[in-house]
Design a protein around this ligand. Structure first.
Ligand code: MN
Length: 242
């Protein structure tokens, strides 16, 4: 069942955003909309590490809500196309309207981050392992895989409130960062320059990602998440970013 789902639903991050273009009544310009990318696995596929109900709500309600709000903004701002969401996210300070800028920051970021997150997850039996190249870079930049894991876990655990922990490639090196809310390391002019880079791995540490199963035990969720990392996806992202 999983492989069938994988084939049917896998969508490349770069293209998942854009689907239909529809003409709004009375307007000559086309408004593009974004649709919720399907999970690349069944909601229960990550059990027992991440439970089915959490996945259903996280994807079907939370991710969907970011997209709904993003589409509301896109419907009124025809110059901001869904197809170019990534361009918008990397140039947020150029949006003068503060409310619109915040909509793209929070909901555009929310969409991008979650679409990314689903693709870096997979059932434990398909998790795989870091490539030789990624392992070598981890050893070079963190000393050892265990040291990398400890540092990543700390970044994820220490993120106050809601946010994300990231492994990024910056100037050819691996680096661990974390961002609040739905910010991400692509948001130039929004996150500090030191946190900018190309994400290769990310972990959602919002309570909505774990509270049903883990309640206040965020570190237990973080530890469980290591079992369901889609290393082939991470290896590919690392290769492209390097
Ligand atoms: Mn989330």
């Amino acid at each position: 069942m999983h492989s069938d789902l994988n084939r049917r639903t896998f969508v490349k991050l770069g293209t998942l955003a854009a689907v239909a273009t529809t003409l709004a009544p009375g307007r000559s310009q086309a408004a593009s909309t974004i649709s919720l990318p399907p999970l690349p696995f069944a909601p229960n596929a990550l059990e027992p590490h991440i439970d089915a109900l959490t996945m259903e709500i996280h994807h079907g309600k939370h991710h969907a809500a970011y997209i709904a709000k993003l589409n509301e903004a896109l419907a009124q701002h025809y110059d901001l196309a869904a197809e170019r969401l990534i361009d918008t996210l990397t140039t947020l300070p150029s949006i003068n309207d503060e409310a619109l800028r915040n909509t793209f920051r929070n909901n555009g970021g929310g969409h991008w981050n979650h679409a990314f997150f689903w693709q870096t997850l997979t059932p434990a039996e398909q998790s795989g392992k870091p490539s030789d190249a990624l392992n070598a870079a981890i050893t070079r930049d963190f000393g050892s895989f265990d040291a990398f894991k400890t540092a990543f876990n700390e970044a994820a655990a220490k993120r106050f409130g809601s946010g994300w922990a990231w492994l990024i490639v910056k100037d050819g090196k691996l680096k661990i960062t974390s961002t609040p809310n739905q910010d991400n390391p692509l948001m130039k002019g929004v996150v500090p320059d030191g946190d900018l880079g190309t994400p290769v791995l990310g972990l959602d540490v919002w309570e909505h990602a774990y509270y049903l199963k883990y309640q206040n035990r965020r570190p237990d969720y973080i530890n469980a998440w290591w079992n369901v990392i889609n290393w082939s996806s991470v290896n590919e992202r690392f290769q492209k970013a390097s």
